[in-house]
Design a protein around this ligand. Sequence first.
Ligand code: PMP
Length: 433
Amino acid sequence: MALKTERSQHLYQQALDVIVGGVNSPSRSFRAVGGETPIFMKKAQGAYFWDEDNNRYIDYLAAFGPIILGHAHPEVTQAIQDTAANGVLYGTPTEKEVQFAKMLRQAIPSMEQIRFVNSGTEAVMTTIRLARAYTGRDKILKFAGCYHGHSDLVLVAAGSGPSTLGIPDSAGIPVSIADQVITVPYNDLDALKEALHHWGDQIAGVLVEPLVGNFGIVPPQPDFLAQVNQLSHDAGALVIYDEVITAFRFHYGAIQTYYHVEPDLTALGKIIGGGLPIGAYGGRREIMDKVAPMGPMYQAGTMAGNPLSISAGIACIAALSKPGVYEELEQKASTLVQAIEKLAEQYNITLTINQMKGAFSVYFSDEKVIDYEGAKRASSEQFAQFFRYMLAEGVYLAPSKYEAWFLTTAHQEVDIQFTIQAVEKAFQKMAER
Ligand code: PMP
């Protein structure tokens, strides 16, 4: 089936003129999957969206994570409409912010005190500043391949060895900033020990995606998180969990409450806004006391805690608290994963899948993926072929081999079966090449 994309192509040409690269976030471009025109969507409902050429897709992107209830969920939509009718921004405190902070703290008790911000980037950026303010140290340790937004400090890649400092991963980041960042491989405790041995007394915070979502879904090895805590604390550094993807994705709570390990600071985003812009950070009261107006660390926001984002977030989190939600997401993902593995065998396609509950990632690789280097070795070319065949069959995957498939409560059995048929057609074509 050839996909009709005339209107998307037309809009993309216009977009290229006025919007840099034609997209408002580089991950929306199709450059990683062959450089074709990205599809312009005009409408979304439940598990589907429709593009400008009226093609329908089953959506496994879920807007890179937030849309866990599917599109235009009635309770979230109602909350947004009701709130909008009473004014969208006050610049004053509101009762709903208090209500929402209490809901989050109940689900993630290490967040004794919370501050709402507007994006995951802001949330992580501020936890780093806070770790520095609290410890009086400057350096940050992070893990290769984990993505933490686009603030300067976290756009730094590994240097040439575990005990070297970082190099800027983007133009515009001074070497003096990259110098403050140490990067070690995820799931590699020896590298972490070596780096802490070298730099431990200068490190303010150890920042980690406790379960990785940014080079596919990569769970921590047993004991990894407990050791990260122990080793970091022994060195006098704070532990910061970036749970922007993971919070409320796998169970009602965060990865820290799933594995029973507590960081000092946590950053949230994505799902907690029900699809509207949001971020939040929090942690122990004695640390949060450093934040203005209580303490000397400054952080602020005109839009922070705005009524629309907070109301959408409350409605989303309330819907996720209903019994059976996460079991159902997992069951749908498992059906897909098992079918994909079986079809891959049938069509002689080599792949490996990492699944965590209702999310998974497919690597065209013959090895189990436990770190960024492993994810990089998976075939980009095969992923690009697979992506394009799936798109033509009406299944929208994230346009990068490093992203996950996200199940939503809106996906129905018929959608799962439709997707399995699409996978079979895609594998058939890949096998013929
Ligand atoms: N942290 C993680 C783990 C993320 O996946 C992302 C976004 N993909 C961010 C931070 C940044 O969030 P935002 O795009 O809302 O700034």
